[in-house]
Ligand binder design. Structure first.
Ligand SMILES: [Fe+2]
Length: 397
């Protein structure tokens, strides 16, 4: 008899709801900490998103220092600046507020709050030795799901490679998901981050490491993104329902992939982001349907479920290997509806780099969840299709 022992890592507590950020101080008051370093970026600071949060920290009788130096795709250098700010501020709590880059920087800062050396000394899984200070993560996009994960991504400034650092110590003591904070993001950001949510959910759903609970969260997340992403991107007249559903989908997908892992989409997009600075969500949004087509022969039944969750009319009397193409087509249609280009050629990425990108993607930890075995030549083929806009579903369906 084979034993099937799995570990599902989730944060201690998740506070969810419109306006919930006003309660952050009440929960921080319960921690053994007096002074927070708020790790964020200048855009979040300028948008006034921090105001209710800082007010609630004041009301709880705690103090804070704001460090707004986060940059997209944070490097080890950025993280070291944040860590220096933490020590200079004499802080004893890390509060990350923003998109994935801010929360990833906050996680890395929390590592260096109590652990010596440089952040890249901790790359890989399970290499953090000392306990971290209390951590609170507050996303302003829907999103990376980083607030509920135990991974952070830091770019090596010398090599431009995005390195993954994972440890259960990185799980938040408190994740605060307030959909209101996502309202002010520009439309292209909402579109790209929303497609990132779909990518997390689809990759987790078809992952070889999927578990029943991660699959339940992932499938529900896929259905929510399919139904609410276009409305959340438009956000005419204050569509609270759409933003709330997307925020929930983001956090659920984050929990799903934190247990089930990801796949070839993220393995590829990490390289495109590292080398060409293409935003993470945008790279995923473009590459996702091409990888779904590649994986289709391995997981046709699962992709039929994805098609149904995305609202496709599936004919169960037909072979799953045919109907599964509807998931690929529905994914591309959804991306198109929020103005995501069809090919990587429409971004700053360059096709000349395909061999290099494929080589690096082979070493990316995300690839270990991909359901179909993926060699370097396969990654090159996926990339070539994604640059050329070659889809098979037109001839199949
Ligand atoms: Fe992602």
């Amino acid at each position: 008899m084979t034993r099937d022992i799995q570990m599902w890592n989730v944060p201690n507590r998740v506070l969810f709801g419109w306006g919930s950020v006003e309660q952050v101080g009440e929960y921080i008051a319960e921690f053994d900490a007096e002074r927070a370093l708020v790790v964020t970026d200048s855009g979040v600071e300028a948008a006034g998103v921090l105001d209710p949060l800082l007010e609630s920290i004041d009301d709880a009788g705690k103090t804070y220092e704001v460090w707004a130096g986060v940059e997209p795709d944070p490097t080890d250098e950025v993280v070291h600046e944040a860590a220096a700010a933490y020590h200079e501020a004499d802080a004893d709590l890390v509060l990350g507020v923003g998109g994935g880059s801010s929360i990833d920087t906050a996680k890395a800062t929390a590592i260096l709050a109590t652990n010596d050396g440089g952040i890249l000394d901790y790359k890989g899984s399970g290499n953090v030795s000392d306990e971290l200070p209390p951590t609170v993560y507050v996303p302003t996009t829907a999103g990376t799901g980083s607030e509920v994960g135990h991974w952070t991504i830091v770019k090596d400034a010398e090599t431009n490679v995005k390195e993954e650092i994972g440890d259960v110590k990185l799980l938040a003591d408190l994740a605060v998901v307030d959909p209101e904070l996502t309202a002010s993001a520009p439309e292209p950001v909402k579109a790209a981050t929303g497609m990132d949510v779909l990518t997390h959910a689809v990759e987790a759903y078809v992952s070889i490491k999927a578990q029943s609970q991660t699959s339940a969260l992932a499938l529900d997340s896929i259905e929510k993104v399919g139904r609410y992403l276009p409305r959340a991107v438009e956000y005419r007249g204050g569509d609270r329902e759409a933003l709330s559903k997307m925020a929930r989908a983001s956090t659920q997908a984050g929990m799903a992939f934190n247990g089930a892992g990801l796949g070839a989409v993220h393995a590829i997009s990490h390289q495109i982001g590292g080398k060409f600075g293409v935003p993470h969500g945008l790279a995923n949004a473009i590459v996702l349907p091409y990888v779904m087509e590649y994986n289709l022969p391995q997981v046709p039944e699962l992709l039929v479920e994805v098609a149904e969750a995305l609202g496709e009319d599936v004919d169960r009397s037909k072979p799953a290997s045919v109907e599964a193409y509807k998931a690929v087509r529905a994914t591309r249609r959804l991306a198109e509806s929020v103005r995501i280009p069809e090919t990587l050629a429409a971004t700053d990425a360059e096709a000349d780099a395909i061999p290099e990108l494929a080589e690096q993607a082979l070493d990316d930890g995300s690839l270990t969840g991909n359901p179909r075995t993926t060699e370097r030549e396969d990654l090159e083929e996926i990339l070539e299709n994604a640059f050329a806009g070659e889809f098979r579903y037109d001839s199949v369906l």
